[in-house]
Each structure stands twice: as structure tokens, then as C-alpha cells.
Design a protein around this ligand. Structure first.
Ligand code: NAD
Length: 252
């Protein structure tokens, strides 16, 4: 029987993979057999080095996902280089923290732009490419605990990640008939740049840790396996699902 998690020769477009969870997911997909097209606003030097060390294929595309402008170029360059796209991981995301009473319009628009608007229009462009190719495809969005909970001091982030959960279900509904699955991983509290201010705050960091049944913060490696699963033949009949990768946070 063939390995149901094998992704040999699949092409995965991963946004925001210079560091953090995106890097963890890109490396896991590469280990499962994927060629990676990495879309980054900064030079992904560490990821390039790790891909090289593993003998993995990595196409380095630079683009700012704050707007939709770069989307046609991202698709064209990936298809020109690899011939096709099989998987999209919408990982790039930002967060702004301020009390809801003081929250600025700028912090609202910036976060919604990267975390929600670009996620939709890049998914739309990749889904159109899947239709041109035939044979379906996989989209994995990156949701959050704040797709389920309200959080504090991050109104635009909560709105964006709650939106990502809804959008995941909508795209799953519309595109299932084309053999496209659309799912999301919802990471819990993971130690990355995104959560550095929380980790640096001794009181908040302890309060968070005390509520994680697994007894530790998550790591970029923790999201690798779940993403490989959702992109693999093993998950062909899984769509519209938001998979919490949270050490038990939500069950508490
Ligand atoms: P991170 O800040 O290290 O990574 C964010 C990534 O997005 C980086 O690669 C960054 O370069 C990229 N990015 C930001 N703005 C961009 C832009 N304008 N154009 C292109 N790329 C851009 O943090 P992370 O925790 O690795 O975040 C990855 C994803 O996981 C985000 O969507 C985040 O919301 C989500 N998430 C993180 C946690 C956590 O606890 N760390 C929890 C739930 C969800």
C-alpha cells in the first residue's frame, strides 16, 4: 500500500515562510516530498539555508502581501518554474495590540489586509489555477484560537482570524465539486515573533502556560504534521475543517 501522507513532487506555495510557523510548515511539506514556492516580504535566508541543507527544492519569491498587487506575478512565477501548483498554505499574518478603546483605523486596515483580504484573493487565484490544471488541489489557511474565542487587545486580529474560519468554510463549500479541499489549522499559543510580547510579559506568559494542558507553548514543528496531513491523500475527504493545534487549550 502506498504511503497516504506522501507528497512527492507536489508543488506547495507557502506564504510567510522566512521564520516561525510558515517555516515549520514549509519544511514539513518539503520533507513529505513537496517542491516549495516561498512568498516572503523579507529575504528568507534561514529558510533557504535549511532547504538547501535538506536537499529540498525552494523557489524564493519576494512580495508584499499587504495588497493584492503581487498575486498574478506569484502565480505566474511559480507555474513558470515548477509547471503547476498543488497546494496553497496561507500563512503570512500580522497582529497589532492595543486596547479596543484606543485601537486605530490603521491597525484595523493593515491586519485585515494581510490576514483576510489577501488570503481570499490569493486563494481565488490559486483555485483558478487548479481549475486550469484539472485534478483539484489543497488550500490550508492559518486560523487561530481567536477564530473561536474573543481574545483581548487584538480586535482586528480576532476579526481577521474569525473571518478566516468563515472563509475556509465558504471556499470549501464552493470548491469541493472541483476536488479542491479548503481547511485551516488553528495554532494555539506558539513561541514565534507573533507572540514574543506575550512571552516577554511574565504574568501573561504564566497565565497562558497554566491553561495549556500539554504544559508547554507550541513550536513551528508542531504545525508541520497537521499541515502535511491536510495536504495529503489521507485527507481527500476532509474539507471545511478547522484543526486546532493547541496542546489542548480549547478543550480546557
Ligand atoms: P511571525 O510573525 O514569525 O510570522 C509571520 C509571517 O508573515 C512572517 O513570515 C512574515 O514575514 C510574514 N508577513 C507578515 N507581513 C507580510 C506581508 N505584508 N507580506 C508578506 N509576508 C508577510 O509569526 P507566526 O506566529 O509564525 O505567524 C504565522 C501565522 O500563524 C500568522 O498567520 C499568525 O497569525 C498565525 N498564528 C500564530 C500563532 C502563534 O501563537 N504564534 C497562533 C495562531 C495563529
Amino acid at each position: 500500500m502506498s504511503n497516504p501522507f506522501d507528497l512527492t513532487n507536489k508543488v506547495a506555495l507557502v506564504t510567510g515562510c522566512d521564520t516561525g510557523l510558515g517555516q515549520g510548515m514549509a519544511l514539513a511539506l518539503a520533507q513529505a516530498g513537496c517542491a516549495i514556492s516561498g512568498v516572503n516580504v523579507v529575504e528568507p535566508a534561514d529558510t533557504v539555508a535549511r532547504m538547501k541543507a535538506g536537499g529540498f527544492r525552494f523557489l524564493d519569491i519576494r512580495a508584499n502581501l499587504a495588497t493584492n498587487e503581487a498575486i498574478p506575478d506569484i502565480i505566474e512565477r511559480t507555474v513558470a518554474h515548477y509547471g503547476r501548483i498543488d497546494i496553497l498554505v496561507n500563512n503570512a499574518g500580522i497582529i497589532r495590540r492595543a486596547d479596543a478603546l484606543d485601537f486605530s483605523e490603521r491597525d484595523w486596515d493593515d491586519v485585515l489586509g494581510v490576514n483576510l483580504k489577501t488570503v481570499f484573493f490569493l486563494s481565488q487565484a490559486v483555485a483558478r489555477q487548479f481549475l486550469v490544471q484539472g485534478g483539484g488541489g489543497r488550500i490550508v489557511n492559518v486560523a487561530s484560537m481567536l477564530s473561536f474565542q474573543g481574545g483581548i487587545r487584538v480586535p482586528s486580529y480576532t476579526a481577521s482570524k474569525s473571518g478566516v474560519a468563515g472563509l475556509t468554510r465558504l471556499m470549501a463549500n464552493e470548491w469541493a465539486k472541483h476536488g479542491i479541499t479548503v481547511n485551516a489549522v488553528a495554532p494555539g499559543y506558539m513561541a514565534t515573533n507573533n507572540t514574543a510580547p506575550l512571552l516577554a510579559d511574565a504574568e501573561r506568559s504564566k497565565a497562558i502556560l497554566d491553561r495549556i494542558p500539554a504544559g508547554r507553548w507550541g513550536t513551528p514543528e508542531d504545525v508541520g504534521g497537521p499541515v502535511v496531513f491536510l495536504c495529503s491523500p489521507a485527507a481527500t475527504y476532509v474539507t471545511g475543517h478547522i484543526l486546532a493545534v493547541d496542546g489542548g487549550w480549547l478543550t480546557r
